[in-house]
Ligand binder design. Structure first.
Ligand SMILES: [Zn+2]
Length: 276
């Protein structure tokens, strides 16, 4: 990260300023990351049709962001270098549904056969309008959250080289799974016991938590509940993956917070954020 304040330390008498808190930024810097995303209303999916269409085009909304994300990362070595020429269709889905009890916020698929012929696209990405309308405890997803979700879905498109056969060396776009699949309890107990978890540590170490927004707010609340359970003057140390952190206790507010409350709050914070 670059700092505009570096000259402040040149007089020698002042310690260098602490690094500035990371700022949320969008690929379209003219937009406010924290404002609600203009999501399609439910009526749009049922407007004047007999077929109760479940999808509407999102080319002008999600498509613009998706294309901008690709363009911003299309240099050699960039996250979306391989997507420079890809044809991707962007859709809103009326209802995202659930899978194994987890809400599905979006999905990336690779059409084949007839669908590919008629869609004329390499990939189709849809985001769930219903889940995004109530993503933040009933409040709509922000522009920042929708862009992050689109980035996630685009990351599901990877590239693979044919190793042999007549087309050896040709690159093909393929669907790729998540880089990390874990249970929180597994990491709390066994730490970075295999490479994919260890590889994630640097990403988590530089992760901003956005404490006042969305999921970050839930985590912050859970931490406060735990601090109340530990109690003022006490502390609790957590260890995982060879690292540890100490949580200082805090006095309870008027209504007694309990360890059970902390557990419930933590469970709430873990509430599924599933996306395909
Ligand atoms: Zn995914």
């Amino acid at each position: 990260m670059t700092s505009d304040n570096s000259s402040a330390s040149q007089n020698g008498s002042q310690p260098p300023p602490p690094p500035a808190a990371p700022a949320k930024r969008l690929v379209d810097s003219s937009k406010n990351p924290d404002e609600p995303f203009p999501l399609p209303p439910e009526e749009l999916f049922d407007a004047g049709d007999e077929t109760d269409s479940k999808f509407v085009s999102a080319s002008a909304t999600l498509g613009d962001i998706g294309r901008a994300l690709i363009n911003a990362n299309d240099a050699p070595g960039g996250a979306f270098y391989h997507l420079r020429g890809a044809k991707i269709i962007y859709l809103w889905k009326k209802e995202g549904g659930t899978r194994a009890g987890r809400t599905t916020l979006g999905k990336t698929s690779k059409p084949s056969g007839l669908l590919q012929h008629f869609a004329g696209a390499d990939f189709i990405i849809w985001l769930a309008a219903d889940h995004l309308r109530s993503l933040n405890a009933g409040q709509p997803a922000s522009r920042f959250q929708v862009e992050a979700l689109l980035f996630h879905e685009l990351k599901h498109i990877g590239v693979e080289e044919d190793e042999d056969g007549p087309n050896a060396g040709d690159a093909r776009l393929v669907l790729v799974p998540h880089e990390l699949e874990i249970f929180y309890d597994e990491v709390a107990r066994y730490g970075a016991w295999e490479d994919s978890i260890a590889d994630a540590v640097p990403a988590f170490e530089q992760m901003p938590l956005w404490p006042d927004a969305g999921h970050g707010g839930e985590i912050k609340k859970a931490i406060e509940k735990m601090q109340e359970a530990v109690g003022e003057g006490n502390s609790m140390t957590f260890s995982a993956g060879g690292k540890s952190a100490t949580l200082p206790g805090k006095s309870k507010p008027a209504a007694g917070a309990t360890a059970a409350g902390a557990t419930a709050a933590a469970a709430e914070a873990r509430r599924d954020r599933g996306t395909n």
